[in-house]
Design a binder for this molecule. Structure first.
Ligand SMILES: [Zn+2]
Length: 59
């Protein structure tokens, strides 16, 4: 069995996964930081606006 053929592809995919994970972390951290310091009213209004933006039935 030759396992060396699959090695470059696995390496590239691991690199892509690290890149995706890093990008997700970079995008998520400011959101978590902002949500942690936002007031409950601001969070509620934001959730409400997102609900309307997604076209979900509300009020
Ligand atoms: Zn509404």
């Amino acid at each position: 069995m030759n396992t060396q053929v699959a090695a470059p592809a696995a390496q590239g995919s691991a690199q892509a996964r690290w890149l995706a994970a890093s990008a997700a972390l970079l995008l998520a951290l400011p959101l978590l930081w902002g949500a942690g310091f936002a007031s409950a009213d601001a969070l509620h209004d934001t959730a409400h606006d997102v609900r309307h933006a997604m076209g979900l039935p509300c009020h």
